[in-house]
Design a protein around this ligand. Structure first.
Ligand code: OK8
Ligand code: C2R
Length: 448
């Protein structure tokens, strides 16, 4: 869609209005909607309500920043383009009536349901939870029990047992309650197979959370948990709604950078600052251009193992490229030095040829390793040497002072080690690599 097209998009009929946003038809764009934010802020299912000047603009900026990053990572996100200060264009979704939460840290309502878990317990494996989205304590004609103050039955916690969705009050210990309602799965999921839909949402929720977790970590902030929503477009599940300071708990040094500040009555001035800072900081979310350099000492050194490993570990990761170069430090010392300087300092602006941005070097040399130690001694770049033949290991292991060569003997693992270094400043790559580790991570709850 061109800038010209975007300039001509106008709002058609209003499709719905919620507490914090309005959804409009996008005129002459079938299937597309305009999502417009409002200045309203609410909490506790509407018990608390205020208006903050510029909230609509700030929340829209944040959502567009977050959705752009997720889209760049290849995730299906209902986001096309920001249209104006308070609006973005998106494919219209048929929403799934669930709030999907990811938790890295035990806090909030999790502690109410699980009082045996100490506040702040870290979950090495992200916890995904589902809450049925309800209003007025009712769903599909089913009336819920009477709520008591602070213990609303709205947005109940949902567990799948067999072919049923069991609903629990989200604010009472799970151990002390029976499900207050059991619904057939197809009532919650009129479209698709309920279990498959849950599995897909769990996978997308985990992947997306990892991306944004790292994006915040790079800026020095912790993403503790979040709530996102999903919907259907053309038979596919998309991340929808918005993701902004209302959606998550983000913290730094005990300071809250989310709507939690408002929920905890820290005042509207504080909340306005939180919204402003969130909009500015999420503007720095990005995927850097990076390079994995496989540096061989001879044209006869094979690189196919490295190429296969790169494809399998970094598949689908935008902006990370692998470059294979050949140069012997023993035989072409001067050329190797120039190449190393170009990797480290070469930049397009100064006309350097073929700059390889933000590289990590993996050396692929047989016999006596001169290349790895030379690169490690003469640049600030991380250098990892493989060991094709154990007979030559000592030339990679016994280093003089100030020659910090890293050695990962197996080429596949050397690629993974290099990618982990790059992932330290790359949210897309971090999410891809961490996803695999999440599968075998275990949440051990410390004893109180
Ligand atoms: C949500 C994670 C945390 O607007 C309202 O009235 C209701 C609103 C609210 O503020 O209470 N509810 O939009 C909401 N519910 C959960 N979350 C929301 N944004 C997020 O989900 O990151 C919340 O910020 C877990 O929340 P918990 O611990 O309360 O279940
Ligand atoms: P030739 O094919 O040039 O004879 O190299 C190469 O990586 C190769 O495996 C034979 C083997 O020597 C390795 N070589 C090094 C270095 N340069 C070449 N170890 C170096 O600078 O460390």
């Amino acid at each position: 869609m061109t800038t010209q097209d975007i300039a001509t998009i106008t709002k058609g009929n209003q499709l719905s209005e919620g507490k914090t946003k309005i959804i409009w038809q996008a005129l002459n764009l079938p299937g597309m909607v305009v999502v417009e934010s409002k200045d309203d802020i609410t909490a506790g299912d509407g018990e608390k309500h205020d208006v903050i000047r510029d909230k609509a603009e700030l929340s829209t900026t944040t959502t567009c920043n977050v959705f752009s990053l997720l889209k760049q990572c290849g995730l299906p996100v209902a986001f096309e383009k920001q249209l104006g200060p308070k609006e973005f264009l998106a494919p219209g979704l048929e929403m799934i009536h669930l709030e999907v939460v990811a938790r890295r840290v035990a806090t909030g309502s999790y502690l109410q349901r699980n009082p045996h878990v100490p506040n702040g317990t870290v979950f090495p494996q992200l916890v995904t939870e589902f809450y049925l989205k309800t209003h007025g304590c009712e769903f599909n004609g089913h009336k819920f029990p009477e709520s008591t103050p602070g213990q609303s039955y709205d947005d109940p916690h949902m567990k799948i047992v067999g072919d049923e969705a069991w609903l629990y009050n989200a604010h009472i210990p799970l151990a002390t309650q029976e499900p207050f309602l059991k619904l057939p799965l197809n009532e919650v999921f009129p479209q698709g197979n309920g279990k498959d839909v849950m599995a897909r949402m769990t996978a997308l929720n985990t992947h997306a959370f990892l991306v944004i977790e790292k994006a915040w970590k790079i800026l020095g902030y912790d993403l503790l948990d979040w709530k996102i929503e999903f919907g259907w477009v053309n038979g596919e599940i998309y991340i929808g709604d918005v993701i902004d300071a209302d959606s998550w708990r983000v913290m730094k040094d005990g300071q809250k950078l989310s709507k939690q500040a408002y929920r905890d009555n820290e005042g509207l001035t504080v909340m306005e600052k939180v919204l402003r800072r969130t909009a500015v900081l999420t503007g720095y979310f990005r995927i850097p251009e990076q390079t994995l350099v496989i540096w061989s000492g001879s044209p006869n050194d094979k690189t196919d193992v490295f190429e296969k490993a790169f494809e399998s570990f970094a598949q689908g990761c935008p902006c990370v490229k692998m470059a294979c170069v050949v140069n012997s430090a023993h035989k072409k010392t001067i050329q190797s030095t120039f190449a190393l300087q170009n990797f480290e300092f070469g930049c397009k602006g100064l006309g350097a040829s073929n700059p390889l941005p933000d590289p990590v070097i993996v050396t692929n040399v047989g016999m006596s390793n001169g290349l790895g130690p030379t690169c490690a001694a003469n640049s600030m770049l991380p250098v990892i040497s493989t060991v094709p033949d154990p007979v030559d290991a000592n030339s990679s292991l016994r280093m003089p002072s100030e020659v910090p060569l890293m050695v990962v003997a197996d080429p596949k693992l050397a690629v993974l080690a290099a990618l982990k270094i790059l992932a330290g400043r790359n949210p897309a790559l971090y999410a891809l690599l961490r996803l695999k580790q999440e599968e075998h991570a275990i949440n051990a709850i410390p004893l109180p």
